[in-house]
Design a protein around this ligand. Structure first.
Ligand SMILES: [Zn+2]
Length: 162
């Protein structure tokens, strides 16, 4: 993340989409699925994470929290950016959006390819491909990343609603 601060977040269960988008920016985001409030706060404290939550009571119970006000992803991203303007908010696509794992370069014919899940999508014949060592999905620049970049640009340039 170079000169920018690399934030460490924990997102509550209501914020799965926000967690994915922050991971597109390279942020380290743990996603609390199926955990009780007390457990979420305990893990965030233990791992030095700042909590992103839609739950007012949970936000009140943990000092390093941002209470996310809106159910809409654009509003949510603008709120997080307003709270931590020095964190990066451009897609870098260097982290798996599904499991938060930093991506590694993937070379064709490498052993990892044997682990690949069957999928309809085939990587382009040229251009870099990245792999997540945990899931192990593959990622490359294409129509999907263009769509995400365009969405993020629209959302982050829009005026925040009242
Ligand atoms: Zn993954």
């Amino acid at each position: 993340m170079s000169a920018e601060e690399a934030p460490r977040w924990m997102a509550d269960e209501m914020l799965g989409r926000l967690a994915r988008y922050l991971r597109f920016f390279g942020h380290d985001v743990a996603y609390a699925r199926g955990l009780a409030d007390g457990e979420i706060a305990r893990i965030a404290e233990r791992d030095g994470r700042e909590l992103l939550t839609r739950d007012r009571a949970l936000a009140r119970s943990f000092s390093r929290s941002i209470l996310i006000e809106s159910p809409f992803i654009g509003d949510q991203l603008r709120q997080v950016r307003a709270a931590r303007p020095r964190a990066g908010f451009r897609p870098t696509f260097d982290r798996c959006p599904e499991c938060n794992e930093p991506l590694q370069p993937w070379s064709r014919g490498s052993r990892v390819s044997e682990l690949d899940l069957p999928r309809a999508e085939v990587p382009p014949p040229d251009g870099p491909v990245f792999v997540c060592r945990r899931c192990p999905r593959r990622y490359w620049d294409g129509s999907h990343t263009r769509m995400i970049r365009a969405r993020v640009e629209t959302w982050l340039s829009a005026e925040a609603p009242e």
